[in-house]
Design a protein around this ligand. Structure first.
Ligand code: NAD
Length: 417
């Protein structure tokens, strides 16, 4: 199979791994075709009266990729590059992600093409409500359940819940990642980062390396990256570098992560943190360290820099941060990539717990959330690791094999083919 160029559409890059799994699993042509395309795509115009008094029409998307295993599930992204191709690729990834950790959902993704940082709170509130009402007929606890992603947060989910509720009545389970006060789950914000580090601990255990003293560099210091850094530091790992869109900081002896979190809260960036050297977000990918965690945006490791990665483990906090060509180069060099669909699944796992709590009108405490998160994500890792070891393939190939097999089985059992 030809490996697509890094410049190929995002959906083709993601689907390359699906095609590989489909061939490995010997799927029939009928099932292959059924799983290779989204089940539903919607593009909407989102007119918003801006603070200037003018109306601006944004473009919004919702892609429902596959719901064979349960309601569609996936985040909503506010970003200038959120287009149909990117949203479709992310919806496919969500389908494989929910399957690999065996939670009862399908996969979806949404987005609005905008620059959220340049919009006022009022503008974002109005845009979120209009987007929600435009796609509301596709949503619902048993249909499709959005969550936060790049550029959106718990406040965005509160607005979505309110807009949905004004149409259909109070329905907290219609979105996850809500504020705790409105039915959100404790531990949801921390979950993608925490889950990634739980998996990292197991990867290190298999490599017979203690977490203490393991060095880690993290690109991105948002909802995912900051919690990777904090959880890694709590386990005694040495966080040597972090970056965000405005710059990065590096100290080979380790950064004081608690102080860094305070600096970031005050300055709005990790850049300028005292007691560390300046480093660019691109340089961070090539630093000498044990673990590299790309936790910002997609395709940061590609054909041109994959051979310069010095870390032995790449922990994919972001969604598709590694292109297929970079994946092949790093596999050849013996770098272990912990694939996005497993690595950052902690977010959707705790979203599942939030949805379950809302449906039961019941609350779990944080220790229950964290222990169930650990059990679920490590269950996924154990299955993937055993398959990788048994078949002599990478963790990514094994993860796609497990996920695609599960979705194919569900499609078959439902009688589609
Ligand atoms: P976020 O908006 O909270 O944070 C993104 C971080 O990346 C910020 O620190 C930002 O400054 C930084 N960043 C943006 N562009 C950058 C660049 N070019 N170089 C370096 N840093 C850059 O977003 P998030 O929720 O943490 O999401 C990050 C990634 O993780 C995305 O790929 C997202 O799809 C994925 N993800 C998020 C969740 C979740 O629940 N939030 C769950 C799973 C996966």
């Amino acid at each position: 199979m030809d490996i697509p160029a890094d410049t190929a559409p995002a959906f083709d890059l993601v689907t390359y791994f699906f095609d590989k799994a489909s061939r490995q699993l010997n799927l029939s042509d009928d099932i292959h075709e059924l799983l290779r395309r989204p089940w539903r795509e919607l593009t909407v115009s989102v007119p918003v009266r801006m603070d200037s008094g003018k109306v601006h029409s944004f473009t919004g998307f919702r892609v429902q990729y596959n719901a064979a295993r349960g309601p569609y599930k996936g985040g909503v992204r506010y970003h200038p590059n959120a287009d149909m191709d990117e949203v479709r690729a992310l919806a496919a990834l969500m389908t494989w992600k929910t399957a690999v950790v065996d939670i009862p959902y399908g996969g979806a993704k949404g987005g609005v093409q905008c620059v959220p940082g340049e919009m006022s709170v009022g503008e974002r509130n109005r845009m979120t409500r209009r987007y929600t009402t435009s796609i509301a007929h596709l949503l619902g606890p048993n249909r499709d359940v959005p969550a936060p992603d790049l550029g959106t947060d718990s406040q965005t989910m509160a607005w979505m819940m309110d807009a949905y509720g004004s149409l259909y009545g109070h329905t907290p389970a219609c979105v996850t990642g809500k504020p705790i006060e409105l039915g959100g789950s404790v531990g949801r914000a921390e979950a993608p980062g925490r889950g990634a580090v739980y998996v990292l601990e197991e990867v290190l255990r298999h490599a017979e390396r203690p977490p203490k003293g393991t060095t880690i560099a993290v690109q991105g210091f948002g909802q995912v990256g900051s919690w990777i850094a904090r959880t890694a530091a709590d386990l005694g790992m040495t966080v040597v570098a972090v970056s965000d869109v405005r710059g990065g900081v590096y100290n080979p002896r380790g950064l004081d992560v608690a102080a860094l979190v305070r600096h970031n809260a005050e300055a709005g960036t990790v850049a300028g943190f005292a007691g560390a050297e300046k480093v660019s977000s691109a340089e961070i990918l090539e630093l000498g360290c044990d673990v590299l965690a790309p936790a910002a945006v997609e395709k940061v490791l590609h054909e041109k820099n994959a051979d310069r990665v010095r870390a032995k483990i790449v922990l994919e906090g972001a969604n598709h941060p590694v292109t297929p060509r970079a994946d092949a180069i790093m596999a050849e060099r013996g770098v272990t990539c912990v694939p996005d669909i497993l690595c950052n699944a902690g977010g959707v796992i705790v979203s599942y717990f939030e949805w379950a709590q809302n449906i039961q009108a019941f609350r779990w405490d944080e220790s229950r959330v964290n222990s169930e998160l650990r059990r679920t994500i490590l269950g996924g890792y154990a299955t993937v690791q055993a398959r990788a070891a048994g078949e002599g393939v990478t963790l990514r190939d094994a993860a796609f094999d497990v996920a695609v097999e599960r979705v194919a089985k569900a499609v078959q059992l439902r009688g589609f083919v």
